[in-house]
Design a protein around this ligand. Sequence first.
Ligand code: GLA
Length: 657
Amino acid sequence: MRTWTLRGTTTSYVVGVPDHGRWAELVAWGPHDGLAPVAVVGTEHFVPRADVEPMEYAVRGVRYTSPVDLVVSGSDGSDEFRPVFVEAREADGLELEFADVVRIVLHYRMVGDAVERWVSLRNDGPNEVVLHRHDSAGFVVPGGNTVKYLWGEWNSEFQQASVTLPRGRFTIGSAQGITGHSYSPYLVVDGDVAYGVQLAWSGSWEMSADVDTTGLVRIQAGRTSSSLGITLKPGETWVSPKAVGACSAEGTDGLARVFHEYERAASRKRIPKVLYNSWFATEFDIRAEHQLELARRAAGIGVETFVVDDGWFVGRSDDTGGLGDWEVDPAKFPGGLDAFIGQLKDLGLDFGLWVEPESVSPTSQLAKDHPEWILRTPGRDPILIRNQLLLDLSRDDVAEFIWSTLDRLLSTYDITYLKWDANRPRLDSGDQRRDLDGRVVANLYQILEKLRDRHPKVSVEGCAGGGARVDLAMASLVDTLWPSDNTAPLDRLRIQEGFRTGFAPHLMSSWVTDAEGTHDGRERSLDFRFHVAMAGVLGIGADLSRWTDDQLKTAARHIEQYKGFRELIASSLVYRLTTGVQYVGAPRSVVFLWETGDGNVRGTLPTRPRRVPLAGLDPAKNYRVGNETYPGSYLLQVGIPFEGPADSHCLVVEHLD
Ligand code: GLA
């Protein structure tokens, strides 16, 4: 067998092609010093050998009874292919090429400790072929059978759950044409070493974990096939999205750090500016004077960017109209938007704007002018959700309209921040022969790339009715992601903990609002709300006109402290603590501790101060917390006390020599 090793920072991924050349298989994956092998031992019965081997990419026709990653049918009515190994190329990563009528290239690239995998498929035959199943990769996992995943719904995203799978199959996905609230494209297998896979795709997708009869787990990740499949004409090539696998000897928490590093590598490394967003304060009731009143208060507490959310454009007094007609409403900004932005500048504030460019209101002028741009299934009425329809972004003229609309707004006005929203799933199947999902998502990515390229000073926040479009692809194309519309303190904390298992703090947009608990109604202090939001990219979304001087002072104090360590939060190693989170950077760590009030909230039972052991420190070094100096070993094993009436703490731990 020929083998190739992809060497990461602390882990390696070893792949091989047996002498018969009929497939590639995983040889070992894990920490450099403890590489776990996965070869099958013994003989197989009743199935072909390929069905028990640790296949990297399983093709129908090589493998039969175990799950396959690729199913292609040809004009002869067969769906069996027998590709053979042609060659390996090792330039930027590794490419393994196999040939049949469809030429398959398996691509690998190591980034930190994450291995990117994707495939390209070229039709080398004289006739059309149809791809019915077309995964990005299969990842054989060398150990463990506890499968962790993130589920959710609107207002309740990123809930952590797990299932123990001694044998059998577990599948999650989205049929929504968008990443979705229901599941994140993320699966983790927790054993002695934690292995995880994420799929970088913002359309419909599917991920499965299969445990074979020997107990070995294999994760498949890919775009969902439409019922008509994807047609490849002779000579055409199809490229899958990337699936990213990672492993960590430090469990799910360590795995999160590997994914964070991967996401940081693709980020623009911007200083996260403190923003104010008026949505929760005013909703659609936007009046320039009132917005300025909020802006004055925001500037007074240290906010740097003022974002006007939904409702600024013509026809948008509620959610029934306006989408598509992206012109500033003169009734809301009587002096014009330029003058408003000028007044913000005088207050020292930059300006940001909300848009939802993929959607259209049926009552809008755009819908009247271009009915052919509305996504619909021929002969059926389009499906209305939140009173809106979708533009058919698989069309290049629609992509051009969206781009030129954004380009015009960003070129006309002094805008430094764009909140890009998407408030409905894509359900109408349109004309599936055009690979709707693939074309829509490709056009979306192209527009986001162009935005970065042509308007580099504009930061982009990705939002989709809360957190319905959070995935590795979006993480590489926008600056921050909005995890949820739920900003209630205890609910939000839980959402953010789930978010952080896959996504880095520099991406985690988080606001302090007045929201009461949506699910967990117990009250928490303003400090608690700030500390929750300061654990990511801090924003304020409260109605500041109702805040007392004391509240404003508290806010100013927290914002000032945040500015002192926000770059550390955006770039550090994150460790989950028993009741908090620690950001380990140099030369300090930032620790947030939260009292989540699990029982005895009123202190009516005898109790002792709780201690929270820290993480990620060197036991042999010294650290200062406030006026006290502690050995690292003490902080790691005994920890710092969490006491007093406060329901949250923010501690800065100075790393001494
Ligand atoms: C979505 C977003 C919110 C807000 C509203 C505006 O729900 O998630 O933050 O922008 O739309 O309509």
